[in-house]
Ligand binder design. Structure first.
Ligand code: UGA
Length: 472
């Protein structure tokens, strides 16, 4: 199969390199000559584990090429994927799909022979209909079918997600297009990844509904975490308990500082807007967006309280800038709202991130960028872990304690055992760890409320007992 991938951003590069690795002949096209020059020179301009090696291997094997010339690539392709960016439009949050339409216009005049044009970028329902209209208006003689094939790649795990997907969604009812798309994905199909065919509009909606559901699931457990703190329960126990129910599932139940990234915030907003436009408001998703925004800001207050109530003139260390580990992406990252809150409260913010510092520098000119966690902790009145990078999971607590102005660890990803941290002389604040976070203070609270007996043990039995008593 000959494939043209229009757009060498995140989705285009990962998908193009993976298709080439399946044995297809792939040409990746981008209008940015600098980006193409970098790729031709062997430099992959985005951070994704394993991608540089995958690109190099397939270029070497002659299956993957890069160019700014769209027409020849499209002319010889059986399938042309549109994988250009769809940023949030300023003002209304709606996805900006002007790049998709511009690509459709250019593709239209370059089509030769039967071709399937596939929208892979995340696009609002009805966009593929408009892509088809544009192509037919520009080139009425073209033998073309427009299909939708949304991607479900997670940054940092994109290659694994592409090669071992839970499902592949293809939106087309055209028989010839089904054949081409089945051939494109045949290597995965043989590996029993289900190929789900649906209408184009259903496929487009599947992508938004999937992201909105996951964002809602995270927000649900985050609110349950807040409740855990009030009633004296551990959110990780609750997540385990509900996640073991197959109907709920254990994934995406990690409570934290709120979701970020280039997808969930943008896609939830766009879906809310689409739903409002069609007079079918999605109130659950509207609430998800609002709760998540507030949550990011509330995390700054949590750190300030842990540091003693005022951070004016004090240093605060923040570990983790990216919206999650294994990426250099800081878009909509909780760290940005948290740091802004700390700066507004008068703190000197000292940060470290293994990969995200270059991207963050332009957005955070007022913070001190440090080369490792220990340098960030120097003189700090609290150290907050905002992203769960592996590098932060086993910090030398005695060394940190020796460097900090006061030993306070705010673990917004629950990657430490509260008991361990407290044993090292720290004050510990986690997320939704009502039964053991900030141990001495929690004990004090319980002592002041004799009607609420303290849990007798940290295992499930003691806590169930306490909760049962309260319910009664
Ligand atoms: C997300 C989806 O997971 C992908 O399936 C989808 O293809 C992609 O968006 C997209 O639309 O392109 P991604 O944004 O890369 O992928 O990252 P996730 O791993 O989903 O994490 C998103 C945010 O949720 C992060 O800030 C993460 O820290 C947070 N999160 C995730 C939690 O707070 N708790 C969890 O249990 C899981």
């Amino acid at each position: 199969m000959h494939i043209a991938m229009i757009g060498c951003g995140y989705v285009g590069l990962v998908s193009g390199a993976c298709f080439a690795d399946f044995g297809h002949s792939v040409t990746c096209v981008d209008s940015d000559p600098q980006r193409i020059d970098a790729l031709l020179g062997g430099r992959v301009p985005i951070f994704e584990p394993g991608l540089a090696e995958l690109v190099a291997r397939n270029v070497e094997a002659g299956r993957l090429a890069f160019t700014t010339a769209l027409a020849p690539a499209v002319g010889e392709a059986d399938a042309v994927f549109i994988a250009v960016g769809t940023p949030s439009r300023r003002g209304d949050g709606f996805a900006d799909i002007s790049h998709v339409f511009a690509a459709a216009r250019e593709i239209a005049s370059a089509l030769r022979g039967f071709t399937v044009v596939v929208t892979k970028s995340t696009v609002p329902v009805g966009t593929s209909d408009e892509v088809e209209r544009i192509i037919r208006a520009t080139n009425p003689a073209a033998d073309v079918v427009v299909a939708s094939n949304p991607e479900f790649l997670r940054e940092g795990a994109a290659i694994g997600d592409f090669k071992r997907p839970d499902r592949i969604v293809i939106g087309t009812t055209d028989e010839r297009a089904r054949e081409v798309m089945s051939e494109v994905y045949r290597p995965l199909f043989l590996n029993t990844s289900p190929l789900l065919f649906a209408s184009r509009r259903a496929a487009e909606l599947i992508k938004y509904a999937a992201n909105a559901f996951l964002a809602m699931k995270i927000t649900f457990i985050n609110e349950i975490a807040d409740l855990c703190e009030k009633v004296g329960a551990d959110v990780q126990d609750v997540a385990r308990g509900i996640g073991a129910d197959n109907r709920i599932g254990s994934k995406f139940l990690h409570a934290g500082p709120g979701f970020g990234g280039s997808c969930f915030p943008k896609d939830t907003l766009a879906l809310v807007k689409t739903a409002q436009d069609h007079d079918a408001p999605l109130r659950l998703i509207e609430a998800t967006v609002a709760v998540n925004d507030q949550r990011k800001r509330a995390m700054a207050r949590r750190i300030i309280t842990a540091a003693g109530g005022s951070v004016r003139g004090k240093a605060i260390a923040v570990l983790g800038l990216t919206f999650k580990p294994n990426t250099d992406d800081v878009r909509e990252a909780p760290s940005l709202a948290i740091i802004r809150g700390l700066l507004d409260a008068g703190a000197e913010v000292r940060v470290h991130d293994p990969e995200g510092m270059d991207q963050a520098r332009a957005l955070l000119p007022e913070v001190v960028f440090c080369k490792n966690p220990y340098e960030a902790a120097r003189g700090a009145s609290a150290l907050a872990i905002v992203t769960e990078w592996d590098q932060f999971r086993a910090l030398g607590l005695p060394r940190l304690k020796g460097l900090m102005a006061q030993p306070v660890l705010v673990d917004l990803r629950n990657i430490y055992s509260a008991r361990d941290v407290v044993r090292h002389g720290f004050r510990y604040v986690g997320i939704g760890r009502g039964d053991d976070d900030d141990l001495p203070a929690a004990r004090l609270r319980r002592a002041r409320r004799p009607e609420m007996p303290a849990p007798v043990a940290l295992d499930g039995v003691g806590r169930d007992h306490v909760l049962d008593r309260r319910r009664a």
